[in-house]
Design a protein around this ligand. Structure first.
Ligand code: AMP
Length: 284
């Protein structure tokens, strides 16, 4: 089969192309990424392919969401491999902008009220991170204006923040969340996994095992006891948990007692040596 994908670096050209497609009543699905693509990203593209006529992916390592300059510098970048991977799953359009396209000097970016969703967990440990996320997603949506935005449950808090941002705009885009894709040993796929040493790659699947354990026990033991056990197991495995919590899926506030009518999400961030990993599990 002959596949082709259009690659746009300039937003104006992309906007024009998408306007033509919209005139033909094509539905547009959008998958924003920071590149270094793995199967987790590619499942987002295939899910979008099934739901939409045209799939647009973007690759942009957004500097404003990195609070640590070293993390930004070390973020893996594999553009040629990414293009092949996107072709392989039938992505129609790649938007691969430079910084000047996303943040032109004349741009007046709005700020959003993230309703405290940005202050907890990832937000508490990465100051300014979610302001950067909300603004770059807004900016990309302004350009792509898709019918559907596909986001990974892997970044659960990010999904909540983006939904909160969208409520404050006139953008018509609907968010679709795609389940977490994992390696066979349970480690959530992440662009950062390539930076794990052999030792930490072997230990890191413990994160999934501990999440699974807490999910199974959640109706039977108190939440605080389970969280303490989880922290202990992660530390004993050789990992450094930054946080481990059971939270309300809407407000992201910690829950002290599991309420099966509301459900919960178990969320964690863990240092595996020099690499910071996040993971979560829905309890429904
Ligand atoms: P990133 O390139 O890390 O910004 O991720 C781009 C998109 O891919 C986000 O919506 C992520 O939540 C999603 N994603 C990353 N890893 C996974 C995974 N293992 N499973 C599902 N979605 C993922």
């Amino acid at each position: 089969m002959f596949c082709q994908m259009l690659i746009f670096k300039k937003s104006q050209l992309l906007i024009r192309r998408l306007a033509l497609l919209r005139e033909q009543n094509k539905t547009i699905g959008f998958v924003p990424t920071m590149g270094a693509l793995h199967d987790g990203h590619l499942v987002l593209i295939s899910t979008a392919k099934k739901a939409c006529d045209i799939v647009v992916a973007s690759i942009f390592v957004n500097p404003t969401q990195f609070n640590d300059p070293e993390d930004l510098e070390k973020y893996p970048r594999t553009p040629e491999k990414d293009v092949d991977a996107l072709l392989g799953v039938g992505c129609d359009i790649l938007f691969f902008p430079g910084e000047e396209e996303i943040y032109p000097e004349t741009l007046d970016l709005p700020t959003f009220d993230l309703n405290g969703l940005d202050e907890r967990w990832e937000g508490a440990h990465r100051p300014g991170h979610f302001d950067g996320v909300a603004q770059v997603v807004y900016r990309l949506l302004e350009i792509v204006n898709p019918d559907f935005l596909f986001l990974g449950q892997k970044d659960f808090q990010q999904v909540k923040v983006v939904e909160q941002m969208l409520r404050q705009t006139d953008l018509p885009t609907v968010v679709q969340t795609v389940p977490i894709q994992r390696a066979v040993d349970g480690l959530a796929l992440s662009s950062r996994n390539v930076r794990l040493s052999k030792r930490y790659r072997a230990i890191a699947p413990q994160i999934h095992q501990v999440l699974d354990f807490v999910k199974k026990e959640i109706g039977h033991e108190s939440v605080s006891h389970l969280v303490a056990l989880a922290m202990k197991r992660l530390i004993e495995a050789g990992l450094k948990p930054e946080y481990f919590a059971v939270v309300d899926p809407t407000t992201l506030q910690p829950v002290t007692q599991y309420d099966e009518n509301k459900g919960a999400v178990i969320i964690t961030a863990v240092w595996a040596g020099e690499v910071r990993l996040i993971d979560n599990m829905l309890v429904v």
